[in-house]
Ligand binder design. Structure first.
Ligand code: 5AD
Ligand code: SF4
Length: 458
């Protein structure tokens, strides 16, 4: 395994007029980070970034295949680019990421105007691949690539936050999930490389780092003992300036004592934990191939809660998995009530090609999926409201992100556990401030910047 380096990139073939690249990004944080890494490679090779498609001569889609809905949204968007491409000579359309990996060269049959299909392990080669494109001669790069890549700087628009990939791929086989087939088996990055990357980010002012992996808490398995996420967190905890360290997403199967100890003992490891349960029914969990029961899941949550002050779990649930009965669904509601999540993501099951569940009848009617989805969201509202309202009157530590996208007159930021906080603008973007909480909904805290220190701020 080697690391990409400038020297490996052939010279860009557009020295006279640099390509103006517009990125369209779909999907999860992992994909957003891939997009940043791909864009960084393009900028290093002399391309310039075009925020708007009107200013671009190249569009790169970073795509998501996790649910049919995500894929459909992308395809309908892609379709509109045929005309855009026809209107300007030399315009290029590239499709990168999970949908590119899933469909490979097949994609060109349905969308013959696409110039480049770039799979999940090739996006750091975007400059080289784009340079190889010739009229009516598209390029396809999917499958194993045999490299890892280190990022030189953060392209995250938020100055103090960054995502760092610690592993790629997934070696589990949850029955519903397309990820192992589009991202390949789990490969962990060497800890020294991760540490160097985070030191560089922290020296440039990044205070809040999220380690990313499909099953981030299995980090180190592909490297062998003594590597583990707990050991990695301990080795990163002392980096100067790094106030907050988090990791997503964890799999219940790999939650061990050492990791809970690390979360409890290391002051900059945050107390939010994204631990998808997917269902509260043991029969459904078994068919999903998740490798734990609802009882085991609750045991993990109880152990975290007992040891980590301010522990704030978040979860994912799939409703309408094949064969899910009303009784199974009630077991999911019971699990949600027992855990009391800070926030949850709920997804309606959608069959994905090539997965084990795709062979099972998709037998929960769409209206039932929709109704269960709505019931879980309503239940979560009920659970989260008192948790958020309990913060009223406290002063919480907030990392300031900047103007809120939804209501630009307000600033937004996050607490250590990941709660969204809205407050009047302050002159401290990228800084840690105390905010006195005056109001709350089930999704956000509202307050005013406080002078003086934050309380325990969890
Ligand atoms: N259908 C619905 N939701 C899915 N997820 C993954 N695959 C599917 C699918 N086929 C959800 C899981 C996962 C999240 C990222 O997406 O809840 O945790
Ligand atoms: Fe992320 Fe999975 Fe979507 Fe790929 S398919 S972008 S890994 S959520």
């Amino acid at each position: 395994m080697r690391t990409t380096d400038d020297a490996l990139l052939p010279p860009a073939d557009h020295a006279q007029s640099p390509r103006r690249v517009h990125a369209e990004v779909f999907g999860c944080q992992m994909n957003k980070l891939d997009a940043q890494i791909g864009l960084e490679a393009l900028l290093r090779a002399g391309c310039v970034r075009a925020e708007n498609i009107a200013d671009a001569d190249t569009v790169v889609f970073f795509t998501c295949a996790v649910r049919q809905h995500a894929e459909d949204r992308f395809f309908s968007n892609l379709g509109t680019y045929e005309r855009w491409k026809a209107r300007g000579p030399g315009r290029l359309v590239a499709v990168a990421g999970c949908v590119a990996e899933e469909h490979g060269a097949e994609l060109l049959r349905q969308f013959p105007f696409v110039d480049l299909v770039c799979g999940t392990r090739h996006f750091h080669r975007l400059p080289e691949l784009l340079a190889r494109v010739r009229p009516a001669a598209p390029v396809v790069a999917t499958g194993e690539a045999g490299v890892t890549y280190a990022r030189r700087r953060s392209l995250d628009p938020r100055p103090a936050q960054a995502y760092v990939s610690v592993m790629r791929g997934c070696s589990l086989a949850c029955a519903y999930c397309i990820v192992p087939s589009v991202r390949g088996p789990e490969v962990s990055r060497p800890p020294q490389e991760i540490r160097r990357e985070i030191e560089t980010l922290a020296a440039a002012g990044v205070k809040d780092v999220t380690l990313l992996g499909q099953t981030v808490n299995s980090y180190g398995r592909s490297l062998g003992a003594p590597h583990s996420l707990a050991a990695l967190l301990a080795s990163l905890a002392g980096i100067p300036g790094l106030a907050r360290l988090r990791f997503v997403s964890s799999h219940p199967r790999f939650m061990d004592e050492a990791l809970i100890d690390a979360m409890a003992a290391l002051p900059n490891v945050c107390e939010g934990l994204h631990l998808p349960a997917q269902s509260g029914s043991n029969a459904v969990l078994k068919r999903m191939g998740r490798g734990y029961t609802a009882e085991r899941y609750l045991e993990i949550i109880a152990a975290c809660r007992a040891r980590i002050p301010g522990f704030a779990p978040a979860g994912d649930f799939i409703v309408g998995f094949p064969g899910e009965t009303e009784e199974d669904f009630r077991a999911t509601e019971d699990l949600m009530r027992a855990v009391r999540y800070q926030n949850v993501f709920v997804f309606k099951y959608s069959p994905r090609p090539g997965t084990r569940a795709a062979a099972l009848p998709d037998d929960v009617p769409a209206e039932v999926k929709q109704a269960r989805n709505a019931r879980l969201l309503a239940l979560q509202r009920e659970i989260a409201l008192p948790l958020y309202r309990a913060e009223i009157g406290k002063t919480v530590e907030v990392l300031v992100e900047g103007p809120s996208r939804r209501s630009p007159a307000r600033f937004t930021g996050r607490t250590r556990s990941g709660k969204i906080v809205l407050f009047p603008p302050v002159d401290a973007i990228g800084g840690l401030i105390g905010v006195r909480v005056e109001d709350a909904t089930h999704l956000a805290l509202y307050g005013t910047a406080a002078s003086g220190d934050a309380d325990a701020a969890r």
